[in-house]
Design a protein around this ligand. Sequence first.
Ligand SMILES: CC(C)=CCC/C(C)=C/CC/C(C)=C/CC/C(C)=C/[C@@H]1[C@@H](COP(=O)(O)OP(=O)(O)O)[C@]1(C)CC/C=C(\C)CC/C=C(\C)CCC=C(C)C
Length: 418
Amino acid sequence: MPLTLLWVVSPSTEVCSGFGVTESLVSRSTSNGRSKRMSKKQESWNAWTFNVAKHQKRTGFPVLSSMVANPTGEMAVLSSEQRVYDVVLKQAALVNRELRSRDDLDLDVKPDIAVPGTLSLLTEAYDRCSEVCAEYAKTFYLGTQLMTPAKRKAIWAIYVWCRRTDELVDGPNASHITPTALDRWEARLEDLFRGRPFDMLDAALSDTVTKFPIDIQPFKDMIEGMRTDLRKSRYKNFDELYLYCYYVAGTVGLMSVPVMGIAPESKASTESVYNAALALGIANQLTNILRDVGEDARRGRVYLPQDELAQAGLSDEDIFAGRVTEKWRTFMKKQIKRARMFFDQAENGVSELSAASRWPVWASLLLYRQILDEIEANDYNNFTKRAYVSKGKKLLALPIAYARSIVPPRSTTNLVKV
Ligand SMILES: CC(C)=CCC/C(C)=C/CC/C(C)=C/CC/C(C)=C/[C@@H]1[C@@H](COP(=O)(O)OP(=O)(O)O)[C@]1(C)CC/C=C(\C)CC/C=C(\C)CCC=C(C)C
């Protein structure tokens, strides 16, 4: 199994297993009319500037000032949040287009097109994805059992692609991974979106993206996150860190929601649900970073924003020394507060998802959020103590997640953006 996970495509070998090229898919991922896109950008800018002001007022956390100060609406300097918001709008527009072209508002799946010989191969491909998922993410796998068969297969295929991508830079072969290898992985991604998968696990994702309105951009962006990990081990400010968190985790939210679907009775705008999904990815990754400070430092990595460390009177040396001081506690409290804000923002969106998808999302949210409580319980010693949620607490979170998942979508039209 790990062998398959770590298999990076060789440039000279091209295997096409013939699962049918889908023209519509190719055009779907590339057909944004330019003028339309420009006006969308303008629109998103206006919404964005408004949100930035709100965000700063409500949270006390600054957003890159050069962007807010731009009075003409020109896109000369984009903050990371603005760049990411554009991807959110693009993915939401794709889903909205698909919604308009279908009667079924739950965006349920397109039927299988029976090409002789391919269906059994596809079944096998999805079975392999299910096995990988069951082995690497047991609780989450359990949660997917509540979804419709088509949706859970698609989520497994996305999970496996994400896991394999992450393994490239985080797995046992990571030291051999070069930017060229990531370029090949990206070429392979483009091929699978064109209906030319390289191997069986790719074939499952290739099939999934023909059935659900999934844009290629979040997948490319996740690969960009892996490139970032190869070349960078420090983050100047939160803006840089935000972009990294989007790349490696926010993207997962944007990939998953087109499959999970928004509840037909939801009144929330598609963009607001995608924003919540993005927020959950960011919250998870920030939590991951706060939990792993010591472990990352031992690998020479400091993900925490350098400017915020300096403002707190801290430096890389303090992190390498691993001393829990008052300065460190104060700094950590602020970081935890910010991660919780992203969780809060995400929570608003979970109830808007289709009924069967809410439970696994609530479960993953509650479990990951609790890691922040554990960091506090460890008196902010994230240098030598790994914050983890005990089995008992995990088990307790599952019925709580279930109780929350039966709450139907809210009746308001838009979700609150932090
Ligand atoms: C239901 C559900 C949670 C669906 C997502 C399934 C999916 C496709 C997961 C892929 C996860 C993955 C392998 C990502 C690769 C990059 C990575 C490793 C990111 C980190 C995850 C934690 O991984 P790790 O295994 O290293 O963790 P531990 O060390 O074992 O703790 C991340 C921190 C981020 C993962 C991000 C998400 C799960 C985002 C989830 C967001 C949604 C599902 C959107 C929900 C929708 C709304 C409206 C809120």
